[in-house]
Write a protein that binds this ligand. Structure first.
Ligand SMILES: [Zn+2]
Length: 388
């Protein structure tokens, strides 16, 4: 009884150790595999890193890989990469380990064959000494495993359907097994049929794609003709189209409309501008259209401001220059905001400017960088200042 318990415990310990070492092996591969694609550069680096491992760590990984069952390879595809890195003697250990499980159940054998055949080229039984360097290599079975796997999958009386499935993997050796050879003509004709069917399907899809593209182009051309017709009626028509369309239609309008320049927008009626902007900003319009909405709003506001300025300046025009300049100095505006007419008046009458006005005027004028009448006025003011 005691020995049975001991044995169970030791088996459990061994299993646990294997699980832990599998995790370590997988982690090492994940850290070192590079981009993870079938990439020559990363594969070479991976091979080098594996070759450079300390003996103990390499032993740990090799032990883990060589103790894996089919399920482990299925659960952790990373282990399949490690198989390709094993040296020939290490690989033989894995093969012996797998061979000890024979006789295989048919389903297990099929899974092993599939792993060997279909796992991104990472695992190939019995490849030559190039096996550990070349990750993509032609398929064939290790001489020890081949008969065991074939025994488990191909038997006397193997049904044609089963043989057909196996031929996916065993076509090159079909002639060595009667059941496979028998099924071969049917398998080949089915494969040919399948290939021609997929060719037909491919052609059909290509044709559908072509038709769809043509249809889409025709619709686009028709739309473009409509857009150009609207454009030829002028910018008011364009804004009206934007204002009165449905939200979905807005997306199909050409983006060049959203880029309508300010000097054109400036010529359009105020109400149309305001309504268009409030529509564009009120909805979940996409970026260029929101941009147009903001530009219009800005334009309408700055137009209103410049009108206000004109009215204000027109009122000021009746006052004498001294009074006007005093107001200009007290305002927040730069002097360039005021009519240049005032600057030329100042140049003419600079000697009559009262002293208290000269300093605030100069301090405003000092900030002017651009050439022009206001800078001339500054020079004149400075000259009179020096001469007095
Ligand atoms: Zn890479």
């Amino acid at each position: 009884m005691a020995t049975l318990v001991d044995e169970t415990l030791s088996v459990a310990r061994e299993l646990a150790a294997t699980e832990q070492t599998i995790r370590q092996a997988v982690d090492w591969l994940e850290e070192n595999k590079g981009c993870g694609w079938s990439c020559l550069k990363c594969n070479v680096t991976l091979g080098r890193n594996f070759a450079a491992l300390a003996t103990r760590q390499r032993q740990l990984i090799v032990d883990a890989v060589c103790h894996c069952a089919v399920e482990d390879f299925e659960t952790h595809p990373a282990l399949l990469w490690l198989v390709t890195l094993l040296c020939d003697s290490e690989f033989e250990r894995l093969v012996q380990h797998l061979a000890r499980r024979a006789p295989f159940e048919r389903s297990v054998a099929i899974r092993l064959i599939r792993l060997s055949f279909g796992n991104q080229g990472a695992w190939r039984f019995g490849l030559t000494h190039d096996r550990q360097r070349i990750i993509r290599a032609p398929y064939h079975l290790h001489p020890v495993l081949a008969p065991l796997l074939l025994d488990a999958t191909i038997r006397a009386g193997t049904r044609t359907e089963d043989a057909m499935e196996l031929l996916e993997y065993f076509e090159p050796i079909a002639h060595t097994h009667a059941a496979l050879e028998e099924a071969l003509p049917q398998w080949r004709s089915e494969r040919a049929r399948h290939e021609s069917a997929s060719r037909v399907e491919w052609t059909r899809r290509a044709e559908l794609d072509r038709e769809a593209t043509e249809k889409r182009r025709a619709v686009e051309a028709e739309q473009e003709a409509q857009f150009q017709a609207i454009e030829s009626s002028g910018p008011v028509a364009v804004l009206n189209a934007i204002l009165n369309c449905e939200t979905a239609a807005l997306l199909s309008f050409p983006e060049r409309w959203a880029k309508m320049p300010e000097y054109i927008l400036d010529t359009l009626p105020r109400n149309l501008l305001i309504e268009t902007a409030s529509r564009l900003l009120g909805e979940h319009a996409s970026r260029p259209w929101r941009g147009l909405g903001m530009r219009i709003t800005h334009l309408v506001k700055s137009r209103a401001k410049s009108k206000e300025r004109q009215v204000w300046l027109a009122k000021l025009e009746c006052s004498p220059l001294e009074e006007r300049l005093r107001i200009a100095c007290a305002s927040n505006w730069a002097l360039t905001f005021f009519p240049t007419q005032w600057a030329s008046e100042l140049v003419r009458t600079v000697s009559q400017m009262p002293a208290p006005l000269r300093n605030p005027l100069l301090s405003k004028l000092m900030r002017i960088r651009r050439r022009g009448l206001w800078r001339e006025a500054r020079q004149a003011l400075l000259r009179t200042h020096e001469s007095q």
